[in-house]
Design a protein around this ligand. Structure first.
Ligand code: ZN
Ligand code: ZN
Length: 136
C-alpha cells in the first residue's frame, strides 16, 4: 500500500487554531482512568487513539506541558483543548485524544488503563476489552 492509499483522518482543537492530519490506521487505543488524565481533561475518563508519531502532521504544533518527567500533554495555547499525550520513552508513537478528531467514529479503544483508580460507572464502559490496574 502506498502512502497515498492510506486513509486520512483530520482533527483539531475547539477553536481551530491547532489542526492535525493523520495518515493510516491507529496502532492502538485506550480509555485512561488515571487522575492526571482526569485533571487534564476535566472529565471522568480520557480516551486516546495511538498512532505512529511520524503519521501525524500538524499545521501548528500544540503547546506541550510536561506533566511527569519525560511525559508531555499537548494543548491548544488559544482555547486550551487537550489534544495529545506522548512520552520520550516511546517517542515513536503519539496518543491523540479521541474527541479531537472531526470524525471519531472509526476508532475504538482496545484496553482500559488505570482501572484501579477508575470512578464508579466509568469502569463499566466498553466492558469487553482488556482491563489493566495501572498503565500497560
Ligand atoms: Zn484551540
Ligand atoms: Zn491517564
Amino acid at each position: 500500500m502506498s502512502p497515498t492509499d492510506s486513509p486520512l483522518h483530520f482533527g483539531g482543537c475547539l477553536c481551530g487554531a491547532v489542526r492535525f492530519c493523520v495518515s493510516g490506521e491507529p496502532t492502538g487505543g485506550n480509555h485512561c482512568h488515571c487522575g492526571m488524565c482526569r485533571k487534564d481533561s476535566g472529565s471522568g475518563v480520557s480516551t486516546f487513539v495511538t498512532f505512529p508519531a511520524n503519521a501525524v502532521t500538524w499545521d501548528r504544533n500544540p503547546t506541550d506541558y510536561e506533566s511527569s518527567p519525560g511525559k508531555y500533554r499537548g494543548f491548544c495555547p488559544k482555547c486550551g483543548s487537550s489534544l495529545t499525550w506522548r512520552s520520550v520513552e516511546n517517542a515513536d508513537t503519539i496518543d491523540l485524544r479521541l474527541g479531537s478528531f472531526d470524525d471519531p467514529t472509526p476508532f475504538k479503544a482496545q484496553k482500559h488503563l488505570w482501572i484501579s483508580t477508575a470512578l464508579s460507572g466509568f469502569s463499566k464502559i466498553d466492558p469487553d476489552i482488556d482491563h489493566f490496574d495501572q498503565g500497560s
